[in-house]
Design a protein around this ligand. Structure first.
Ligand code: SF4
Length: 208
């Protein structure tokens, strides 16, 4: 029976280029991109953000705009109207409570509209280089459960299991590897167990 760290090494060998895919240049722009990325592909977000970023450099630019104008930049994004409302509210909080800067503190980040723990971890890690947890997205949930790295369903409990299993040095890379594996092999429907590098030890191989 393989240990999770052996399985992680196999994933590293399979996906050496796995990395964070959302494009951004400032913490504020990463905040916008991560709010847009909920239940939306990175490809779609990366297509929409160049024009959005050029129009809105600071939260004040968003507040001086209108929700209608903001929506015009993100119509290709799933749930764009709800996300525009989240962005407006998050920008108001940035100006009011945080001196117009995106905070690096996890508790402050999750206080912003549209920012859950997954988003906050992504901003902390990629904008500030601070790693306090594991980004738990739909790929991480599915594959960690299939590999029995966790028996939990709640994302926060899954994150707790993962930070207990893996050393801190792996926390940032782990979700990138699982996302690559989830997109190319361990898909939600009909995973390709026959060509999976983990098939020898995965308890779910051939059973999903
Ligand atoms: S063996 Fe199948 S279920 Fe297990 S990780 Fe690989 S693709 Fe996913």
């Amino acid at each position: 029976m393989a240990r999770p760290d052996d399985e992680l090494e196999l994933l590293k060998g399979e996906y050496p280029g796995a990395t964070y895919y959302l494009r951004f240049d400032t913490p504020f722009h990463l905040l916008l991109a991560t709010i847009l990325s909920a239940q939306c592909t990175d490809v779609a977000v990366n297509k929409a953000t160049p024009a959005l970023f050029a129009r809105y450099a600071r939260p004040e630019d968003v507040l001086a705009s209108s929700e209608e104008e903001l929506c015009g930049y993100i119509t290709t994004i799933t749930f764009f109207q709800a996300k525009a409302r989240h962005i407006m509210r998050a920008c108001a909080a940035l100006v009011r409570d945080f001196g117009s800067e995106v905070p690096s503190d996890l508790a402050k980040l999750v206080s912003l509209a549209g920012v859950g723990r997954k988003t906050a971890n992504a901003i902390q890690q990629n904008a500030f280089g601070i790693v306090e947890g594991v980004i738990v997205d739909t790929h991480v949930i599915r594959i960690a459960q299939r590999l029995r790295w966790t028996l939990q369903k709640d994302p926060e409990r899954i994150e707790r299991d993962l930070v207990a299993i893996f050393p801190k040095g792996e926390w940032k890379r782990l979700p990138h590897l699982l996302k690559a594996h989830g997109q190319r092999c361990c898909t939600a429907q009909r995973p390709a167990c026959g060509r999976c590098p983990l098939r020898g030890t995965c308890p779910s191989a051939g059973k999903v």
